[in-house]
Each structure stands twice: as C-alpha cells, then as structure tokens.
Design a protein around this ligand. Structure first.
Ligand code: PGA
Length: 255
C-alpha cells in the first residue's frame, strides 16, 4: 500500500515571514487529514524557519533543488546534507524549470538523486515531456530516456523509496492539466518500466506523483487513477486553504 504524497512547490515565492504564517495556517487544518503525507518546498532561505514552524505537525519539508557534492567551491549552491541539516527530508530534483532555464539534464539529475539518498533524504525526481514531444508521439520514449539515464545505478531498494513526479511540461503553470486518461497512461507506462528495469517490488513501492496545473477541482479525479500516488502542486499550493483542499482530495477513497 503506497501512502500518497501531496507536495507544494512554492518556487521563488514567499518571504520567510509569509512562509511561516502559511505554515501556522496550514498546520491548524491538516490534523484531520490521515493517510497522506503533506510536503512543503519553500525557498532555501525559508527552509529552516519553515521546518521549525512545522515541527511536531504532519507537514514534512522539501528543498527545491540541491547540488550533488557534499561541499566544495560551488558558489551559490546548497548541498543535500546542508538542506537536511536545515530540516528538509525531501528534495525536488530535475524540475522542468531547472532543466529548461538552468541547464539541468538527466546526468545531473542522476548525480543529485544519489546525493539526496546519501544525505538520508528522499528525492522527488521530476520527469515529463514537452508539448512538441507529445505532438510527435515521443512521450514514452522521452520518459524511458529520463528513467534510464536519471535513475541509472540506483539499487532496487532506492527505487522503491524514490518519489517520481510525472510533470508534462505543457501542463506546468499553464492552467492546462493532463486529463486523467493522459496521466493514467503515462503513470502506467512509468510503473511498467520500473517493473521491467528494477523489479516488481521496487515498482510497487515507488510513489508516482502527477504535477501540472493541479487544483482543488481536478485533484480527486486524478487521484482516482490507479497509478497516481498524489501530486506535486505549484501555483495552487501558494494559498493554504486551496492547498488543504487538494490534500483532502488526494486519496482515491475521496473520489
Ligand atoms: P503548477 O506547477 O501546479 O503551477 O502547474 C507544478 C510544478 O511546477 O511542480
């Protein structure tokens, strides 16, 4: 039985004061939500204050990115170990904004996923096709490549603990979410590949989140798809009430 995860990716939004106020509001709402792991991914500057504000609650914290080295001469970077020390238990890796705007690729994702595991954290690794690739019918090929290169060398045990976020790039921040059928098809394909390449047990344990214009109004239907184990939410996670509504609709039983 996979516990769903609903993770809020705040991107470059919210000051420390705004972030802490949000956590106080959200933690008052989430105690009645059971059977779902709630995760918030603030900016690096808000990581520690948010972790402190969430201490003792049902909310876990994620970094939005990490560097693959433990330490070194890498101006501007933050390591997984440092994010862990600041209170993060998860780290998002390979988000499409990192891939398109900051030159990340499957090779850097691979190094980062390993670094996150080495720091004792759980990676939330993002994969997904662009609109061009979907229109050229390349979606499955793109996913195959992101899985083979991005997760190369992981143990079956690590793949079982890995969280994958399927985020079609054309659905991110556009208001145009994948239909439940499109999500179901892609998630089913990803799980089949995990089974073929990493074994049945790892495939059965790995959580696959959907991301891309998730809102309170479309969460329940997406969560009702058999291989969808929660969501990575951008824009709609910025308001605590709306995010809470998504969290409360994230279990298949809620459909
Ligand atoms: P969105 O972003 O929910 O605003 O589409 C999702 C993401 O970037 O993870």
């Amino acid at each position: 039985m996979r516990t769903p995860i609903v993770a809020g990716n705040w991107k470059m939004y919210k000051t420390v004061a705004e972030a802490v106020k949000y956590v106080h509001e959200l933690r008052a709402m989430v105690p009645d939500v059971t059977g779902v792991q709630v995760v918030l991914a603030p900016t690096f500057t808000a990581l520690h204050p948010v972790a402190e504000a969430a201490r003792g609650s049902r909310i876990a914290i994620a970094a939005q990115d990490v560097h693959w080295e433990r330490e070194g001469a890498f101006t501007g970077e933050v390591s997984a170990t440092m994010a862990r020390e600041a209170g993060a238990e998860y780290a998002i890796v390979g988000h499409s904004e990192r891939r398109t705007l900051f030159g990340e690729n499957d090779a850097s994702v691979n190094r980062k996923v390993s670094a996150v595991f080495a720091a004792g954290m759980t990676p939330i690794a993002c994969i997904g096709e662009t609109l061009d690739q979907r229109e050229r019918n390349e979606t499955f090929d793109v996913l195959d490549q992101q899985i083979t290169k991005g997760f190369d060398g992981l143990t079956t045990d690590q793949v079982g603990r890995l969280v994958i976020a399927y985020e079609p790039v054309w659905a991110i921040g556009t208001g145009r979410n994948a239909t439940p059928q499109q999500a179901s098809e892609a998630h089913g394909h990803i799980r089949t590949r995990l089974r073929q390449w990493f074994g049945a047990e790892a495939a059965a344990q790995c959580r696959i989140l959907y991301g891309g214009s998730v809102k309170p109004g479309n969460m329940a239907e997406l969560a009702g798809q058999p291989d969808v184990d929660g969501a990575l939410v951008g824009g709609a996670s910025l308001d605590p009430r709306g995010f809470y509504e998504i969290v409360s609709r994230s279990r298949p039983t809620a459909v």
